[in-house]
Design a protein around this ligand. Sequence first.
Ligand code: F6R
Length: 366
Amino acid sequence: EKGGFDHFMLKEIFEQPNVIKDTYRGRLHADKGIIQMSGVEDHLEKFLNADRIIIVACGTSWHAGLVAEYIIEEFARVSVEVEYASEFRYRNPIIKSTDVVIAISQSGETADTMAAIKLAKEQGAFVFGVCNVVGSSISRESHAGAYTHAGPEIGVASTKAFTTQITVLTMLALRLAKAKGTLSHSDFHRYLLELELIPEKVKEALGTIDRAKEIAAAFKDAPNCLYLGRGYNFPVALEGALKLKEISYIHAEGYPAAEMKHGPIALIDEQMPVVVIAPKQGHYDKIVSNIQEIKSRSGKIIAVVTKGDTQVRELADYVIEIPETSDALSPLITTIPLQLLSYYIAVYRDCNVDQPRNLAKSVTVE
Ligand code: F6R
C-alpha cells in the first residue's frame, strides 16, 4: 500500500510530479494558450465583478492561500485577503455580496473552514471551494469549486495536497488574468508553458533526497530551527517550519526574511540552524544580505538555491540545488526539499512520521 516506501508521507512526496499533472490535466492547454476550469468558467462574472477575494483555510491549506494571495494579486490585479478560518468566523467580519470567498481544504471537512463559508454564504458572498476529497462537506457547501486531484492523502502531514492546491490556484489566477487582460499575452503564454514543465522540475527537485538526508543527519538534534523566505517563498518558509514542527517535534518558526531584524535575529547563535529559501528569481540580492546577517552571527545556514548558484554557496553551510522556474511558480519547487528535510529529521528522531502525536488528519471539531 505504501508502494515500496517506508511511510505514506514519503510516498506522497514522491507522487507530486504525477498528481500535479493530474491536477492540471484537461484544464491547462499550454499549446493552445487555454486554461479551462468549469467551476470558474460557469461563474466567471462573479470573479470578474469581485472587489476582492477572501481566502479562508487552516494550517497547510492556509499557507497555500498565502501563496495564492501573491499569485492572484500579481496576475489578476484583484485584492486578496487570507484569513485563518477560525479567526474569520468569530470576528464578525465584513463580507459583501460582491466578495468571492475561496475555501481551501484538503479533507473538505475542517470545522472552522466549514463554519467560515456558511457565514460567508449567509452574507451573500459567492463561495468557491478548493478541496481534495470529492463529495466532502466543504465541496458540497460551496457554490462552485475546483478539485485538486492529489488522490488520497494518508500521511497526516500534508504534502501533495499543498502543491496541488497551489497548482489549482495558479490556474485560477491565470484564467482571471486572461479574462481581465492583466497579464500580457506573452507573459500569459510563458506561465502556461512554465506550469506544464513543473512536474518534471518537481521530479528533479526530488533528486535532492540524499542531500536532505545528509542535512537531516547533521541537524536532527537541534532544539530550534528558523525558516526564512521572501515574496512568493515567504509562505513556503511558514510551511517548511510547520512540517518540521508537526512530524519531528522540533520547535521551528517561519518568517519573512526581512522581519528577522525586528526580533528573531536575537535568537541566532552557532546552535541555530536557519533554512533560507534563496532562488535566483525574486528578491535574490535582498536574501543574500539577510544571509550575511545570519552568517555574521554564526548561525548555521541551509540554503535552497537555484542550480548553478555561486553567491549563496560561498556563505551557506549547506546548499540544496533546485531547478530554475519563474518566481511566481517557484513555491511548487522550493517546497520539495523542505518536505524531504523534515521527513528525514523525523525519521532520524524515530518519530511516528505518518501519525504524529496529538494530530488528526481531519479536524472536524473546532
Ligand atoms: C499540516 C496539516 C494541517 C491541515 C489543516 C487543514 O500538515 O495537515 O495543518 O493542513 O488541518 O486541513 P484541511 O486542508 O483538510 O482543511
